[in-house]
Design a protein around this ligand. Structure first.
Ligand code: DX5
Ligand code: ZN
Length: 234
């Protein structure tokens, strides 16, 4: 019997470095290229030193792209504040940063509200946050996002030393969706897959590729092969 059954690769391009003036067209292009979901980076200029967009834009994008899974990466100081507006805008997964909240009660409260709003719940960890800090919440969430760069900007260098966090999570939680984000592309996907990540965010490596569909397909193959290998080893 395999405890990894049900796990599969999900490739979610980040549109941060796409042409944001044509967000709907760019998003549709990525979905047509085989993206499994869209990773939408929300930055408030406070939790991170950059500013992107909020729920009004997500709501417009949802009208233009009715069926894709919207994965909200909430790099914001007040994650609880935007749960209902994002759910109403059509978001499917809401991932907030552990560092934005104080104490277990606030984290549990945020998770409960996300669930009540009908979304999948995710918790993200900045590079300096130890992986153990998410353990108390894993049973109650759908996804842990391990940042492989400092959040704030696309196009940064992948931090290989974050893979020990992914390994620690995969060892403890065989069925958990583990997402990696930052500097992931064809050169770094192997490390992510071997460590046990199965939700793969990729920004510049997909958006700037001459053939995004090839990059997406190859990354999915590498991750699915690693999942199969891990199943055989059990
Ligand atoms: C960084 C964002 C990432 C970023 C990924 O703060 O969370 O989603 O856009 O882009 P690349 O893959 O270019 O690092
Ligand atoms: Zn992100």
């Amino acid at each position: 019997m395999s405890t990894m059954s049900g796990l599969k690769a999900w490739i979610g391009p980040s549109i941060l470095n796409a042409d944001l003036s044509s967000l709907a067209t760019e998003s549709q292009k990525l979905l047509n290229s085989g993206a499994d979901y869209l990773h939408l980076d929300v930055m408030d200029g406070h939790f991170v030193p950059n500013l992107t967009f909020g729920h009004p834009m997500v709501s417009c994008l949802r009208k233009a792209v009715p069926v894709a899974l919207f994965d909200m990466h909430m790099m914001v100081s007040e994650p609880k504040r935007w749960i209902q507006p994002m759910a109403d805008a059509g978001a499917n997964q809401y991932t907030f940063h552990l560092e934005a909240l104080n104490g277990d009660n606030e984290v549990n409260d945020c998770i409960r509200h996300i669930r009540e709003a009908g979304m999948r719940a995710g918790v993200a960890l900045k590079p300096n946050t130890p992986v153990q800090s998410v353990f108390p919440f894993v049973e109650d969430i759908d996804c842990v996002l391990v940042m492989t760069v400092e959040p704030g900007f696309g196009g940064q260098k992948f931090m290989s030393n974050m893979m020990s966090k992914v390994e620690a999570l995969r060892q403890r939680y065989a069925k958990l969706d583990i997402e990696v984000d930052g500097g992931v592309g064809l050169n770094t996907i192997g490390e992510c897959a071997d460590a046990g990540a199965n939700w793969i965010v990729s920004g510049t490596a997909v958006v700037n590729a001459p053939l995004p569909q090839q990059v997406i397909r190859q990354m999915r193959e590498v991750v699915n092969e690693a999942i199969q290998r891990a199943q055989l080893e059990r």
